[in-house]
Design a protein around this ligand. Structure first.
Ligand code: ZN
Length: 558
């Protein structure tokens, strides 16, 4: 007995019957609208209707697109003997997921799939409430039963194929029109609301399952130690050293007045004894790739994000060699870099002074820093992952007091902004970043019991409308310079200069003349921190030739 005939028997008699076209249409509507209530609530509650016509375009085109997409998929899979067998289980699972997202606020991601797989029956039973049962019966079981008892009438095979092909083509044209009408607005809304893609039911379930599978296979991959024999070398230090690595976000080098930009964007930083390396290029044009790449021993041309997931990185080596390493996070996570060290995600709900609109000004990274520094008793590395100039809502990245360049475009619709207002808003983010770096240096100056130093480097740059290009994330080979040319700032206390034997004027000359990239960061920090390891490459250490004598790391490398 076939599955179809079992299904037919279970569904008693075909008391309802409709043409396949209407079944597909109703099912598409049901999947797109009813089974995505969590998605629609997310969009409507987060939409800023002051955005005008753009807001309405998103609110109309996204549901329309999803409806048409489901319709296209159903046209392909809803064929005799297959359609119900595929659609009914997906409908039931989607109903459960819709309830979990809408009522319980659960996000469907790889971790959630893992949780489900590991849930005990007791935990599962605690989730079974009257409300949950009612929801799933009404939105899942009843519609599934109705579909089950519906006899789907198909035309004779040849006619059905022709009819479907025409309908399919029509839907495809409508999708193209919808995308054309709303893609720009959708892209900007999506940029500011990253959770969006985890809410599209049931695609989120398939995506999360696929990611969970990938994570499992990665977890089974042998973890790669970089150098189990790496150790601290060099002279015994009279004071603990503290090194702050500030990872910038979306800052482009040519908007820094220290690099010759016409507007005074580095008013605070220029008062400090810093060196700006003027020709530094990023590993990639997005955080997802750049961030792990910056901390990887691999150069850009050999780097792979997949490999980075099961390979140690710079912070692991620093921890292994005795540094207390801590990662303070104010951006979108460490992308796995800080998996094996202490990562502190700043809790925006607890800090009303710096946080609003689901993000925090970077000054939150300085909150409690004085106290943290004064308590340091051993060599320490602190990574500050900043929010920086994260777009497209540049105007939300700095407090009002730092709004130096005016007028600003106070909107996420960068296409709609006038170019001057957009650049002013962006330049204010740089001015503010410069202020935060200067305040961090000031904090480091107040700890005489330590030898402090700081490097600031951005993960990638940004396009601000040159040749019609905005934001970042372009393919590296064709990305404009603005997305790849990043600021790199060095500050060293006299203690750190003396201890490392650094010639600051030599470094300043190198900063103006030489070209570097994220490939240099790993080896430069190892050199500064006196980590002796076989993977240290002296030729990639930016500061090596400005050190008196051979560096500690180099001595081991020989
Ligand atoms: Zn980034």
């Amino acid at each position: 007995m076939s599955i179809q005939s079992l299904l037919d028997r279970f569904c008693l008699s075909h008391s309802l019957h409709f043409r396949s076209f209407w079944v597909n249409l109703v099912c598409a509507f049901y999947f797109a609208i009813v089974l995505n209530l969590g998605l629609w609530r997310y969009i409507f509650t987060r939409m800023d209707f002051d955005w005008g016509i753009n807001a309405y375009i998103v609110c109309i085109t996204v549901p329309l697109f999803l409806f048409l997409l489901f319709f296209l998929i159903l046209c392909l899979i809803n064929v005799p003997y297959v359609g119900k067998i595929v659609v009914i289980p997906i409908l039931l699972v989607s109903s459960v997921a819709n309830y979990a997202m809408f009522d319980l606020g659960i996000t469907i991601d790889a971790e959630m799939i893992q949780n489900v797989l590991e849930t005990t029956s007791r935990e599962a039973m605690e989730l079974v409430t009257f409300k949950a049962i009612a929801w799933i019966v009404i939105t899942g079981i009843i519609p599934a039963y109705l579909l089950c008892i519906t006899r789907i009438d198909y035309l004779p095979r040849r006619q059905e194929i022709i009819h479907r092909a025409i309908v399919f083509a029509g839907a495809l044209i409508l999708i193209a029109v919808t995308v054309f009408a709303g893609v720009k607005q959708y892209y900007f809304f999506r940029h500011a609301n990253r959770a969006l893609s985890t809410l599209v039911n049931p695609f989120n379930i398939f995506r999360a399952a696929q990611r969970n599978f990938r994570n499992q296979s990665l977890a089974e991959h042998d973890f790669v130690r970089l150098d189990p024999d790496a150790k601290r070398i060099g002279p015994v230090r009279d004071k603990p050293s503290v090194f702050i690595l500030m990872v910038g976000e979306t800052a482009r080098a040519d908007h820094w007045s220290l690099n010759g930009y016409g507007k005074d964007t580095n008013a605070d930083l220029k008062k400090e004894d810093v060196i700006s390396f003027k020709n530094v290029y990023s590993c990639a044009t997005s955080t997802t790739i750049s961030l792990p790449c910056m901390f990887s021993h691999k150069a850009r041309k050999d780097f792979s994000t997949k490999e980075a997931r099961y390979t140690e990185n710079l912070v692991d080596l620093l921890k292994q060699t005795g540094y207390d390493v801590i990662w303070l996070e104010n951006d979108e996570g460490s992308k796995g870099v800080a998996n094996r060290i202490t990562e502190v995600r700043l809790d925006l709900s607890k800090n009303k002074r710096y946080c609003a609109n689901e993000s925090c000004f970077d000054e939150i990274l300085l909150d409690g820093l004085d106290e943290r520094l004064s308590n340091i008793k051993q060599d320490t590395v602190i990574v500050l992952h900043t929010m920086g100039s994260h777009g497209p809502a540049y105007y939300l990245r700095y407090p009002d007091a730092q709004r130096k360049f005016k007028p600003t475009c106070d909107s996420s619709d960068v296409h709609g902004c006038d170019p001057e207002g957009l650049v002013n808003a962006y330049d204010n983010t740089i001015h503010y970043t410069s202020f935060v770096i200067a305040r961090t240096i000031d904090a480091l100056k107040k700890v005489p019991h330590l030898n402090p130093g700081l490097i600031y480097v951005s993960d990638h740059g940004e396009s601000l409308g040159e040749d019609g290009v905005f934001l970042h994330g372009y393919n590296y080979s064709i990305a404009p310079d603005g997305q790849k040319h990043v600021p790199f700032i060095l500050w060293m206390s006299d203690g750190m200069k003396k201890e490392g034997g650094y010639n600051y004027s030599c470094l300043a000359k190198k900063a103006d003349a030489d070209e570097f990239s994220h490939d240099n960061l790993f080896h430069t920090v190892l050199g500064m921190m006196g980590v002796g390891t076989k993977i240290y490459d002296k030729s990639l250490d930016m500061f090596d030739s400005c050190r008196a004598g051979a560096s500690a790391a180099e001595a081991t490398a020989k």
